[in-house]
Ligand binder design. Structure first.
Ligand code: AMP
Ligand code: ZN
Length: 466
C-alpha cells in the first residue's frame, strides 16, 4: 500500500517515494538541552516515532535502511543563561538534561533515533558550511558576526510563504546595525571569553542555531534526504533558514523532499510553552500517569491538528489502554500468533499518519479478541492487537505490569511494588497461621490505598483500582 504524507513545502498530500534506492533518511530537530521537556516538546517526538516505526515497517532491512537522525542542541544562549543562573557548568547542564530527556522519551516508548548528533561535536562541519556560503557570496562578515544574506537567494521563503514585510518582522529579534538587509540572519557570532566559543576564520565564536541542523543533516544524511520534521513553530525562521543555507551551499539541491510539521499541544486553547508558563513537564506527568497513557493521548488527535491537553483526555486514553490490556489479560496463557500490522491500522497510518483512525481500529481489534472462541482464534486476535499496538508504540508491557502500574515509568514504582509484594507475603503467612483477622487487615489496608488483591489458583495477584 502506498504512503501519503502532507508536505508543508507544497501544501499537499503527496505519495512518498524514497530518494535513494536503499535508504530512507529522516531528520527531526531535537531539543535544546537546558531544561526538562514539557508535554508539548514530546508531541513531535511521539509523532515522528510513529512515522519511524511505519517507515521501518514499509522499508524493512536488509534491503532498506531507515536512518533517523535527531540532534541535540547543546550550544545555545538559553543554555549559557541556565548554567549561569544555576551556578553550574554548561557541560553539567547539558549532560544532565540530555540524560533526563532520554529517560522521559523512553518512558513514552519512543525508540532512540539511529543517530543523535550533538551540535558541539559538529563545529568543524558548521564552519565548513559557512566558509562555502562565504565563498559563494551568500554570506558576509560584519563586526565579528557572519550573516546569511537573504536577498542573495532568489527563491528564499518557499517553505513559509511569507512576504517581504513578514520576513522582516520575523527577523526583527536579530535586527542589528551591521546587517546589510533586515532579513539577514546569523550563521556565526562572537563569544566573550566567558562564553563558550571555538576559534574560526571569523574569530572566536559560536554558531547560530539554524546552521547546526544544516551541518548535522549534511554530515549524517547527505545533501538531499527524504523527510524533515518538527513542530509548526519551526517552519519560520528555523526551517526556512536551514533550507537557505543548505541549498545555497549545495548548488541549489533540495534539502529535504518532504517537510512535516506537527500542530501544537495547547492548554486551555493556548500553546503549551516555557515562556507562557502553562507547561507540564513529561517528568511530573509520569509521576502520576503511565507513559503509554501520555503517549496515546498525544496520538489521539491527527498530528497536524491542534491538541488541547485535558485530564479528561488523559483519563480516556488510560481507559482505552485498560480495555485493551484487559482483553490481553484474558488470553495470558495463549501465545500470540505472529501477525503483520492489521490492514486497517496500516492503511490509517499510511494516510498521513491518521492515528485517531488507527486507535479506533485498535478498539475493534480488542473487541474481536474478546469475542474469539477457539484457541486458534484467540492466538490470531492477540497477535493482531499486539502488532497494531506496536505500530503505535503501545501495549509494550504485560497486562500484569500495566495493571500494577509498576512498569518503571513511575518514579518509585518498583519500590512500591516490592512493598506491596511484601504485604501479600505477610498476608499469606497470616493465613497459613490461621490468623484471618490479621490477613484481612492487610487486605483492607491495601484496599485503602487503591490496591486490589485477587486470589487465584496460582497465588495472589494485585492491581490498582481503575
Ligand atoms: P523547543 O525546545 O521549543 O525548541 O521545542 C522542541 C520541539 O518541540 C520543536 O519541534 C517544537 O516545535 C516542539 N514544540 C514546542 N512546543 C510545542 C507544543 N506546545 N506543541 C507541539 N510541539 C511543540
Ligand atoms: Zn533544526
Amino acid at each position: 500500500m502506498p504512503l501519503d504524507l502532507y508536505n508543508t513545502l507544497t501544501r499537499t498530500k503527496e505519495r512518498f517515494a524514497p530518494f535513494h534506492p536503499d535508504r530512507v533518511g529522516l531528520y527531526v530537530c531535537g531539543p535544546t538541552v537546558y531544561d526538562w521537556a514539557h508535554l508539548g516538546n514530546a508531541r513531535p517526538v511521539v509523532v515522528f516515532d510513529v512515522l519511524y516505526r511505519l517507515l521501518r515497517q514499509l522499508y524493512p532491512e536488509p534491503q532498506w535502511k531507515v536512518v533517523y537522525v535527531r540532534n541535540i542542541t547543546d550550544v545555545d544562549d538559553k543554555i549559557i543563561a541556565a548554567a549561569q543562573a544555576q551556578g553550574e557548568s554548561i557541560e553539567s547542564v547539558t549532560a544532565r538534561t540530555t540524560q533526563a530527556y532520554h529517560e522521559d522519551m523512553a518512558a513514552l516508548n519512543a525508540l532512540p533515533p539511529d543517530i543523535e548528533p550533538r551540535a558541539t561535536a559538529h563545529i568543524a562541519q558548521m564552519q565548513s558550511l559557512i566558509a562555502r556560503l562565504m565563498d559563494s557570496e551568500h554570506a558576509y562578515e560584519a563586526e565579528g558576526h557572519v550573516l546569511f544574506h537573504v536577498p542573495s537567494m532568489a527563491d528564499y521563503g518557499q517553505l513559509s510563504r511569507r512576504n517581504r514585510d513578514e520576513l522582516i518582522a520575523g527577523a526583527r529579534v536579530e535586527v542589528a546595525p551591521y546587517k546589510r538587509d533586515p532579513a539577514d540572519f546569523v550563521l556565526w557570532k562572537p563569544s566573550t571569553p566567558e562564553q563558550p566559543g571555538w576559534d574560526s576564520p571569523w574569530g572566536r565564536g559560536r554558531p547560530g542555531w539554524h546552521i547546526e541542523c544544516s551541518a548535522m543533516s549534511e554530515a549524517h544524511l547527505g545533501e538531499t534526504f527524504d523527510i524533515h520534521g518538527g513542530g509548526l513553530d519551526l517552519i519560520f525562521p528555523h526551517h526556512e533558514n536551514e533550507i537557505a543555507q543548505s541549498r545555497c551551499a549545495h548548488g541549489g539541491a533540495p534539502l529535504a523532499r518532504v517537510w512535516m510539521h506537527n500542530g501544537f499541544l495547547s492548554v486551555n486553547g493556548e500553546k503549551m510553552s516555557k515562556s507562557l508558563g502553562n507547561f507540564l513537564t513529561v517528568r511530573e506527568l509520569l509521576a502520576e500517569t503511565p507513559g503509554e497513557a501520555l503517549r496515546l493521548t498525544l496520538l489521539s488527535a491527527h498530528y497536524r491538528q491542534p491538541l488541547d491537553f485535558t485530564r479528561d483526555g488523559l483519563r480516556q486514553s488510560r481507559q482505552a489502554l485498560d480495555r485493551w490490556y484487559t482483553a490481553l489479560r484474558g488470553v495470558s496463557d495463549i501465545a500470540a500468533a505472529s501477525s503483520p500490522v492489521p490492514f486497517d491500522v496500516l492503511a490509517a497510518l499510511e494516510d498521513d499518519l491518521n492515528t485517531p483512525m488507527a486507535i479506533s481500529h485498535l478498539h475493534e481489534l480488542a473487541s474481536a479478541l474478546n469475542k474469539a472462541e477457539t484457541v486458534g482464534q484467540k492466538a490470531e486476535a492477540k497477535g493482531a492487537l499486539l502488532a497494531a499496538g506496536a505500530a503505535l508504540g503501545v501495549l509494550a508491557q504485560s497486562p500484569e505490569q500495566w495493571f500494577q502500574g509498576s512498569s518503571g515509568d513511575r518514579p518509585g514504582g518498583a519500590e512500591e511494588s516490592a512493598a506491596i509484594e511484601a504485604q501479600i507475603a505477610a498476608r499469606q503467612a497470616a493465613r497459613k497461621a490461621r490468623d484471618f483477622a490479621a490477613a484481612d487487615a492487610i487486605r483492607q489496608a491495601l484496599a485503602g490505598k487503591g490496591i486490589v488483591l485477587e486470589d487465584g489458583p496460582s497465588g495472589t495477584t494485585w492491581r490498582r483500582e481503575a
